[in-house]
Ligand binder design. Sequence first.
Ligand code: CP
Length: 374
Amino acid sequence: MNARQSAQDLPENAVAQHIEPPDGSEAIRPEPSNLFEDNPVRFDVLRELEGENILGVGQFSFEQVTELCKLAAILEEVEIWPYHPLDGKIAVTAFFEASTRTRTSFESAVLRLDGKVISIADGGTTGQAKGESLADIGEMFNAYADLIIMRHTRTDSLEQILQSLRIPLINAGNGSGEHPTQALADWFALLKWKPGLAAPRAPGAEKLELGILGTPGSMRAVKSFLLMALLFQAHIGKVTVISEMADPFGEDVTEQLKDAGIDYEVSNDVREHLPGLDVIYMNSIAFLGDSYRNLDARFKLDAGSPIKDSAVILHPLARLDELDTSLDKTHHNLYWSQAHGAVFIRQALLMAVLGRLDALPDLNEIEGQPRAGR
Ligand code: CP
């Protein structure tokens, strides 16, 4: 029996990549094994992603998201690099907009899988500075790498580079469009916290009340989180979107909400809704045109806010003053787990897209391997 059929019996000496919170902090770090114990990964589902572009949340099925999360949970528990899953593969990270987390966690994911990275941390250093088109840049990338991970300020950047790109593209954020791998990281954190979300809802099981502070129509992380929530709607009582905008969705999101039949409400009153929410998703920064704008600073949360005792807070980060540091050491903090877990969900996605799932080792074989970090 190997990891592909049975992931529940991890060796006792497996090195956890999982990072614990600092001493004195009650921040939540759900155990990854919560998610895959007695629930083996379905590799047939993950193979559907081989060779695919990852452009938006709408392309994922419920099963693809949950199986990616289960595989990510295993990768969080087992040191995988000695098996060289991405040996011989090269990824380009092409970032035409600033990033702390997405680029470095993708690069960490590739390196931990023993692949190689060509890192373009500042797209301004490419021929774009001389007026080169993304289509021409894409034609070059075909020859240099096996996969492109791109962030761009322009919402239409995906269409532009796809005019010529013939290797898989992962969207790492396109203007006010989408941020699909952020949504995977968000739901990975939630599924570790509530593993029941990864299965059909049991009769009588509680439904979550989701609150989103932000504007899905112009904030890509918020939009992708909300669209992925539609896949989990059997587990969701209601989504409350708290925004300064009267219509925070935009036409396409409104249509998708209506088609999905999810119960949702729009409000601009944070304090009225906070006490009833189980999950609070915050975002403050939108990329609009060629500048950042802090949309929701007045919707500030701190340790004194009237939050349900069992509620958790997510934030894609970077944060400004809307998410006070007084929350960092509280048991509401799921945002560090969300950010740290991004490496593992991105590892799972890279292995699936690059067709390297068969590189996963036999768990018995793992037991005898050195465990030391790099
Ligand atoms: N969450 C996120 O996209 O963060 P960065 O902008 O730092 O990549």
